[in-house]
Unconditional design. Structure first.
Length: 489
């Protein structure tokens, strides 16, 4: 806080930013204005000149730049990386100030592994040593002690709950097991979780039926939490999966987020023309949104049931063959003289990038008023999908400015105000006096992603600086300077 002497009648602020293009996160038209910050909060906002000259302890002229709420990454697997690499450079360098962790049924808490390694997809968060949090409170405490550069909003994963409480996860949970999982969910929600997630597509979660999910969801709705789901099927049965997700959420009385909405597989291309109206129709007043990343390729474990010659598959990591990372499966198969299935089996355990989507579908989902931007980046992969480093500038630069899918205000809304509302993040996501000063200054004319499938870890360009909870945390020239993030809900 400023300790400078006050001149009578004149406010003093820690920071004053002048002549910025104010994009306030609500989707409203932008305007040129000034914004002041004191402590952790936005203290004033108005037209140029409303904040007296010299009122800021530090002042910056933002002519030519946009000033927006810090971006909220609605879909991440950053549970462990916020502790291991708390500078969070891949995210804060994109303007991200909050990450939603614990998606797809996968979360670090509340589960530990003793003698067995975490089964896929739990290994997307790192090895057994990563899972050291038997309760959500223990994880919350670790986040508080590390103080990452970005805020963390945490979901509890259904796979984590099942592994923590069931001796056999290949069946539906019994009443007693549901009660145990419910107690863990209740503990999590009381200690700051924002909601929970399922990954019904995954073997650790697939045996749970809609009844098990709805009964657990009620422990979350009791605390006002949200439900996010990686649905059972994003391929041929995507419509049935949407029906299941919406009816389960309605049953549990939780708002619903359909994760990384897509229609995967070549013969399903174009079907977002069906799915998006279908979601709105079945939602019928219930709160339903989707998250989406701005790329036509997905990424997860290398899975036998996803091997195909109908689209390219790139290896993101391989435990036995790290030298094959970044190469295409079909090229490795040719080199080894094996078929695709045999090649994939030999690479295991491994992760992959699947070029499984249609660009027109990606654009349709991005353009939908239901969609929020979420990177789904995998920070532990050796050769990650470029979404980890590029998602937010790609939406602002490529899709909003260059392709013209929507205007800048809409793009920012999909990564700030809408996301904060859906996840119930209070006093975040909009530029409003009294809200937390999570801010990003960027150059709308030049902002661009630079990460590619070939070079996936290149930082974006056009982000000038990022403030988290009122602390100047990242600057383009200096990188990460301070860390001010915390667990939020
Ligand atoms: Zn997922």
């Amino acid at each position: 806080m400023s300790q400078s002497p006050l001149r009578r009648g004149q406010p003093r602020y820690d920071w004053v930013f002048r002549n910025a293009r104010i994009v306030d996160g609500t989707g409203a038209p932008s305007f040129i204005g000034d914004l002041a910050v004191t402590g952790e909060k936005i203290a004033a906002l108005g037209e140029p000149g409303t904040i007296p000259p010299g009122a800021g302890e530090s002042e910056r002229d933002l002519s030519g730049m946009a000033l927006a709420p810090g971006f909220i990454d609605s879909h991440t697997h950053d549970d462990r990386i916020v502790l291991d690499a708390p500078d969070m450079l891949p995210k804060i360098s994109q303007g991200v100030t909050t990450v939603v962790v614990g998606n797809c049924g996968i979360s670090l808490a509340p589960v530990t592994f003793t003698d067995t390694p975490p089964p896929p997809p739990m290994n997307l968060l790192g090895g057994a040593e990563a899972y050291e949090f038997p309760t959500f409170a223990a994880y919350a405490d670790a986040v508080a002690r590390k103080r990452p550069a970005v805020n963390v909003a945490a979901l509890v994963g259904h796979s984590a709950l099942r592994i923590a409480t069931m001796d056999d996860i290949s069946r539906k949970a019994t009443d007693a097991e549901i009660a145990k999982m419910g107690a863990l969910l209740d503990e999590a929600m009381r200690n700051g979780a924002a909601g929970w997630s399922t990954g019904l597509f995954y073997p650790t979660n697939a045996a749970a039926d809609a009844d098990e999910v709805a009964r657990l969801g009620r422990y979350v709705s009791a605390h006002g939490g949200v439900y996010a789901t990686h649905m059972r099927d994003e391929f041929d049965n995507v419509l049935a999966s949407i029906d299941e997700a919406v009816s389960t959420a309605r049953n549990a009385r939780t708002p619903l987020v359909i994760s990384h909405h897509k229609c995967a597989g070549v013969h399903n291309w174009g079907r977002t023309q069906q799915t998006l109206p279908h979601i709105e129709a079945v939602a019928n007043g219930h709160s339903v949104n989707v998250d989406v990343y701005p790329y036509a390729a997905g990424s997860t474990n290398l899975r036998a049931d996803l091997i195909t010659d109908t689209y390219p598959i790139m290896i993101a990591w391989s435990r036995p063959y790290p030298e094959m990372t970044g190469r295409y499966l079909i090229d490795i198969a040719a080199e080894w003289g094996l078929d695709l299935d045999e090649t994939a089996a030999r690479l295991q355990p491994a992760g992959a990038i699947y070029f499984q989507m249609d660009e027109a579908d990606v654009r349709r989902v991005l353009s939908s008023p239901l969609s929020m931007i979420g990177s789904d980046g995998l920070p532990h992969d050796d050769h990650p999908h470029p979404r980890l480093w590029g998602t937010f500038p790609r939406v602002l630069g490529h899709y909003a400015r260059d392709v013209g899918l929507f205007d800048l205000e809409t793009a920012v809304h999909k990564m700030t105000g809408l996301t904060a509302k859906v996840f119930g993040l209070e006093n975040r996501g909009t530029l409003t006096p009294g809200a937390y000063a999570d801010l990003v200054a960027f150059r709308p004319d030049t902002i661009a992603d630079r990460s590619t499938y070939e070079q996936p870890t290149l930082p974006s360009s056009g982000i000038e600086w990022v403030m988290v909870n009122g602390g100047m945390s990242f600057q383009a020239e200096q990188g990460v300077e301070e860390r001010h993030g915390r667990l939020i809900n």
